[in-house]
Design a protein around this ligand. Structure first.
Ligand code: ATP
Ligand code: MG
Length: 250
């Protein structure tokens, strides 16, 4: 991999592309993942690659849900593992959330590679291999989850998830935090907490908020979750993507 100059105006964007290319070479990321990332980049460009104030509120709500959860689980796919492995491990350790590898294009070989990759960043007990439970309403391979992880989780964080499974998770009564740059994707539309932001900014932002709310009472945490307005968040992101930033800070 060529060395990226950190002063390049598109440094982070290029760094993320390099991580995905390495992910492909290492058998972690699927080729379809590159296309999905390209779609995400185009939305991020229209957001000036910045976290919207509304996405920041969503990240704070997500942190509050994590603080209140009994069995929180972070679902990791090939793109997330390649893009933000260290941040996923940090969030897991900080919050006590489990990590479960859950792939759209599922193979045991790729799951094992992703687990080894996360382990190299300090993860332990990553779930996903003995996936003997199934998500109701989802067909075959894509439905496989572990009983102690995604199946029984009360709060799930699903970055870059496909819409079907987000809908299935919400139908199971779970609180579903989606990280997706497209406010119109079915995933965002069906989420309990849609964070319309790049996963590379959203995960560190949830970590930041979790640290700041650690001394709040359960009642105060609950208020943070109930006052969050998901429809307003989605509308805000769509409005800014369509109309630009001019009125954002007025
Ligand atoms: P659905 O409507 O079922 O949700 P989809 O079109 O979202 O389907 P994919 O093609 O798998 O399904 O797209 C993945 C989604 O992830 C896209 O909405 C894209 O904007 C988003 N995405 C890609 N890369 C990132 C990223 N780095 N951070 C946040 N979102 C991303
Ligand atoms: Mg989606």
């Amino acid at each position: 991999m060529e060395t990226l100059p950190p002063d390049h105006p598109r440094y982070i964007s290029l760094l993320m592309r390099d991580r995905l290319i390495s992910g492909i070479k290492d058998g972690i990321t699927s080729q379809h993942g590159l296309i999905a990332h390209g779609r995400g980049e185009s939305f991020d460009y229209l957001l000036s690659e910045k976290t919207l104030p509304s996405a920041n509120k969503a990240a704070k709500s997500a942190a509050s849900h994590l603080a209140l959860a009994k069995n929180p689980v972070i679902s990791v796919n090939g793109n997330t593992a390649a893009l933000v492995p260290a941040e996923i491990v940090e969030l897991s350790k900080l919050t006590g959330a489990s990590i479960e590898v859950n792939l759209f294009h599922r193979t045991e070989k790729r799951i094992n590679k992703i687990i080894s990759h996360l382990n190299s960043y300090g993860a332990t007990n990553v779930k996903g291999i003995s996936a003997t439970s199934t998500i109701p309403g989802i067909s075959h391979e894509r439905a496989k989850v572990t009983e102690s992880g995604l199946y029984s989780a009360d709060v799930v964080i699903v970055p870059l998830e496909d819409g079907d499974r987000v809908g299935a998770f919400t139908s199971m009564g779970k609180i579903v935090v989606v990280i997706d740059l497209n406010p119109l994707s079915r995933s965002s539309q069906l989420a309990t907490v849609p964070i319309v932001d790049n996963v590379s900014r959203a995960i560190p932002n949830i970590i930041h908020h979790f640290k700041n709310i650690s001394n709040l009472s359960p009642e105060e945490l609950l208020t943070l979750t109930t006052t969050f307005n998901r429809d307003a968040t989605l509308e805000d992101a769509e409005r800014i993507i369509r109309n630009g930033f001019l009125d954002l800070y007025q």
